[in-house]
Structures are given as C-alpha cells and as structure tokens.
Write a protein that binds this ligand. Sequence first.
Ligand SMILES: C[S@@+](CC[C@H](N)C(=O)[O-])C[C@H]1O[C@@H](n2cnc3c(N)ncnc32)[C@H](O)[C@@H]1O
Length: 373
Amino acid sequence: MKYNYAASCLFGLEGLVAGELREMGAEDVAAENGRVFFSGGTEILCRANICSRFAERIMLYMGSFKASTFDELFEGVKALPWEAFIGRDDAFPVKGWSINSRLHSVPGCQSIIKKAVVERLKSVYGISWFKESGAGYRISFSVMKDMVSLYIDTSGEGLHKRGYRPKSNAAPIKETLAAAMAYLTGIFDDSQVYDPFCGSGTILIESAMLAAGMAPGIRRRFAAESFEQIPTSLWHDERERARASVKRDISFMAYGSDIDKAAVSLTTANAAAAGVGRLVKAHVADISGFTTSAPSGKVITNPPYGERLSDKKHAEQLYRTMGGLFIKKPGWRYSIISPEERFEAIFGRRADKRRKLYNGMIQCQLYMYFKVK
Ligand SMILES: C[S@@+](CC[C@H](N)C(=O)[O-])C[C@H]1O[C@@H](n2cnc3c(N)ncnc32)[C@H](O)[C@@H]1O
C-alpha cells in the first residue's frame, strides 16, 4: 500500500531532507518551505524515521484544502479518510498552527478539527463516545494563507531527539542542524573533525555518526510503532537494514575542546551514549590555545553568541581570535555558524561560501572557508 507523507524540517534544510529521502527510496519527493512531501510504502515511513538526519518529523499527509470559515474547516476535515488510520479505541489529540489566515485562532481550529474527526469516525464506527485509550495518532494541522493541511504524526518525539543527549549544556545546537553542518562541510570515513567550542558534543557526535553511516534513530522509539497498519517485523527489518550499513574500522576521528570542564564531560558521556565514544575525544582548552599539527582537518563549530551587550563583546572577541587561528592551509576547512551579520568583518575574511540556516527561530549563516588562494 502506497501512502503520502510529509517530513517537517528546520527552514533551510528542505533540500538536504529531500536528498536523503530520495536516497532512501522515497518517491514523488517535493520540497517546500519547512516541509518535504513524498510517497512510498510503510517501509519508507519506518526507514525515514530511523535514518533521517535532517528531518524533524515524519507525518502521514492526509490532505489540503482552502478554508476561511469554521464551517469550511469542519467540512474539509470531515471529508478526509481518518478511519483508514484511527481505530475505534485510538487516541487522536490535535495540535497545529495558523499564519496569515482568516482562521487565526489556533484553539478554535483545534476544537473544530477534533469535532469534525469525531463526526466522521462516529458515522464509520457507529459509536458516539470515543475512549481514546488505544494507540496515539496525533493529528497535526497548519493553516497558511487560508490553506489548511492535515497530517498524522508518526515520529512521536521530534527526530532531533536521537536519545543520546539526555543532558546538555546551556546553549546546545539542535542535532538536525549539527548534522546539516557536518554534511555541508563534507564528512568522509577518514575525516578529522575539530570543534573548539564543543559544549555537549553535538557537532562531533553527528559528524561521527555521519562518517560511520550510523542511522540517528536506531536507538529510539517512534509513535508509529504502535500503529496497527505497520507490522512490528517491518520496524525490526528496517533497524537491521540500518545496522548492516554501519561502517566499522574507520579512521575518522572527532576532537572537541571547551573552556568548561563540565561541557567536556558531557561530550564524552553523550558520545558514549550515541555509540561513537571511540571516535570522539574531548579536552578542556580555551580557543586561544587551539593548535594542531595534523596535515588536514575540518573545523565545524558553533561559537557562543550573545544577546546582552557584554556577551556580544565577548563573542566578537572570540570571532577575532578564530580569524587569527583558522588560517588558509591546504587540507583544512572551517565552517562556523553564527547569527552575527558582521561575522566576516570581525573574523577578518570573506567566506568562500555562505549558507542560510535557522537555529530554531534565529536566522544564522554557516560561514564556510576552504579556498587556499
Ligand atoms: C553555543 S555553545 C556550543 C554548544 C554546542 N554546539 C552543543 O551542541 O552543545 C558555546 C560553547 O563555547 C564554550 N566557550 C565559551 N568561551 C570559550 C573559550 N574562550 N574557549 C573555548 N570554549 C569556550 C562554552 O563553554 C560553550 O560550551
């Protein structure tokens, strides 16, 4: 049976999500703002959840329609085949958002959508009361310029929650964004990666998992594991498939440092929890002492940036220090993410390439330096 799906992702990562989904065998892949639509069998649903590095969620796509009144919303929702997924005992909470639309009240939309699904299921199952004690089919909606789209979430917790980072430092980067930074810098199974502001180690860990071909979701569970449409054996087969593609005996290494001792301990603990403890080493150091005699390497980093003026000044000083240390050298690449628009001027060099990325709601650039001349 072929279904339609949508992957949600951070703005700026749509192309990467589309690429990885195609590689997984997804069909009809089409990227939009913050969403990538695709289709395929239920094995693709399992595979995308287990293997995606860049998506936030994998959802069943139920449909879209125009609605500018609650009546239109009700009728549009009621017309969709909810019974194809939601059984008579299943739970179906509703969540979503609305932007630039006449239906701007999110709680209002939420309650109308719930009522419409109940109405549809009442007529199909011939019951008037839903216990909602079974599997959870979370309905997700978006209303954008009066266009309503409806989905059923299959991921549960967001896919950035790989399960290896129960604890983090004060300003951790999202795992999906760290994975994108690693991918865009170009990681191979013999790369040497450095993060001199490693914090809880996210960039090092995501780089190591990418180098080793480790599926990020292999150690966690997903909402759709309790969907009756998907046999348990399929999840098992897809996990085995993912395990079989892990590369052993690679020469990749990731080295982290941080001024904060607690951050270094977190990096080591998180890397072990992610199954890449052997590939990640970290030590306490100030950026000003950053040196390496290695012939080649990739620095991928997320330095501190400040909201308050004093923090901003400190961040600027660090950018200046980095500019003096990250010099043009054959075999070396530097990728630095920052929301600071004057980054290049403070760092002291124009980036060879820039890529707009969003760290949550904060617009950043990934400044990439790789040219030697
Ligand atoms: C934005 S956080 C990095 C977060 C990291 N990417 C993660 O996912 O956890 C910046 C880190 O820089 C460290 N730091 C601040 N000043 C530093 C300095 N002078 N030298 C080295 N590390 C420093 C902080 O301790 C903090 O862990």
